[in-house]
Design a protein around this ligand. Structure first.
Ligand code: ADP
Length: 394
């Protein structure tokens, strides 16, 4: 059974075709700059094709994906009929969707009703679903929501201390994101060590979030009503004193839209360092003596450690800590500095194992560490494909 996984952004479409029999990836790629030129990349059969081409809209991008999967060097299927179903990442499920669902008109209305809460994401996700319905007629589509896994959070974790009517009228509350990644890690670790009841997962990439999980259920997570909340990210500021927003707006006559853009795209590691949002560039710059690049890294390490500390309290201690995503999986230095904050608590990394764990699954703590520390590469697409398979079988 082959499942196509789609992650549709406002100007991009990422795809992966997975053979579910052995969960292998047959093809993966992306369409970028949709509506503003166009570029496609696809890796399949051991070759990669990458070229510019006109992609006027998401429908054109879907046509391109079908063409790539059925023709030339990247051909992996004979016809659209070879695809059993399509699984979609949907960012905001609000408090309507607490688990993955098969798409029907009611589900699409639900996603549409949540566009206000995630304007860029949910409208692109909906567009992706509608284009998939047109490109693969008659095939089931499944939605996997980014925040569904976080729906077990108790009210004390998800409520903001604002007038209660904002929650009632506009659904202002913490939803959390990266849920599919946190769920993948939680399931994976449970499969290896069912005895770990309390775990803290650090998903550190361009976007980052930490979650606190007890018996497979999320108790708290660092992203909030939007993916801007939490700690410092590539270009997002994470949590800041809320009064700063109006202060800067008044000082510089900045509109709410522009302020939103500054906090989402010009802040974080990029804003602080003035160098880059990318960990590799920052480390190079810091090693060459750039103090602001080092400052940005110091803030990242400190804030991740603080977040773990907070969740240690939420969970009443913890059994395991997991690092995942681009930075979490690939930078031993980040893991070392973050874990060093917990020396007082008896957390100990094995330096050799930590250095060796680059993009691979490994336990990196010593046998006598107070908590087990792991690197587990995340796989959101596989989780989406598994949910899709389970739902279409039902
Ligand atoms: P996204 O949130 O876009 O999915 P990723 O999880 O891919 O992001 O993480 C991107 C971050 O991971 C970037 O800061 C990048 O520099 C860092 N990263 C990825 N691979 C490596 C590596 N091999 N060494 C150091 N940093 C890496």
């Amino acid at each position: 059974m082959k499942i196509l996984v789609i992650n549709c952004g406002s100007s991009s479409l990422k795809f992966k075709l997975i053979e579910m029999q052995d969960e292998t990836v047959l093809a993966k790629g992306n369409c970028e700059r949709i509506g503003a030129g166009g570029h496609v990349k696809c890796k399949a059969n051991g070759t990669t094709v990458s070229y510019d081409c006109e992609l006027q809209n998401h429908a054109a991008a879907f046509e391109k994906v079908s063409e790539l999967l059925m023709n030339g060097d990247t051909k992996v299927i004979d016809s659209p009929d070879d695809i059993a179903a399509i699984g979609h990442r949907v960012v905001q499920g609000g408090d309507i969707f607490h688990k993955s669902v098969l798409v029907d008109e009611k589900v699409k209305d639900g996603i549409r009703s949540l566009i206000d809460l995630a304007p860029l994401h949910n409208s692109a996700n909906l567009q992706g679903i509608e284009c998939a319905e047109a490109a693969f007629p008659g095939k089931p589509n499944v939605c996997v929501f980014d925040n569904a896994f976080h729906s077990t959070m108790p009210p004390r974790a998800y409520m903001y201390p604002l007038p209660y009517r904002y929650y009632q009228d506009y659904k202002v509350r913490k939803y959390g994101f990266h849920g599919t990644s946190h769920r993948y890690i939680s399931v994976r670790l449970h499969g290896m060590h069912p005895e770990y009841r309390k775990i803290i997962i650090c998903h550190i990439g361009n976007g980052s979030s930490v979650s606190a999980i007890k018996d497979g259920e999320v108790m708290d997570t660092s992203m909030g009503m939007t993916p801007l909340d939490g700690f410092i990210m590539g270009t997002r500021c994470g949590s800041i004193d809320p009064a700063i927003v109006t202060y800067i707006q008044e000082k510089e006559g900045v509109s709410p839209e522009r302020m939103n853009e500054i906090m989402n795209k010009e802040s974080g590691l990029l804003g602080l360092s003035g160098v880059s949002s990318d960990m590799r560039d920052l480390r190079k710059a810091a090693n060459a003596g750039n103090e602001r690049a080092q400052l940005a890294l110091d803030v990242l390490y400190y804030q991740v450690a603080q977040q773990i500390g907070a969740y240690m309290v939420s969970l009443g201690g913890f059994d395991a800590l997991v690092f995942t995503a681009g930075i979490g999986e690939n930078t031993p230095m980040t893991r070392k500095i973050v874990c060093d904050f917990f020396k007082f608590f008896g957390m100990k990394l094995d330096p050799k194992k930590n250095e060796a764990a680059i993009g691979k699954e490994m336990r990196i703590s010593t046998d006598d560490s107070s908590v087990a520390v792991y690197v587990i590469p995340t796989d959101e697409e596989l989780m989406i494909a598994r949910d899709t398979k389970a739902l279409i079988r039902r």
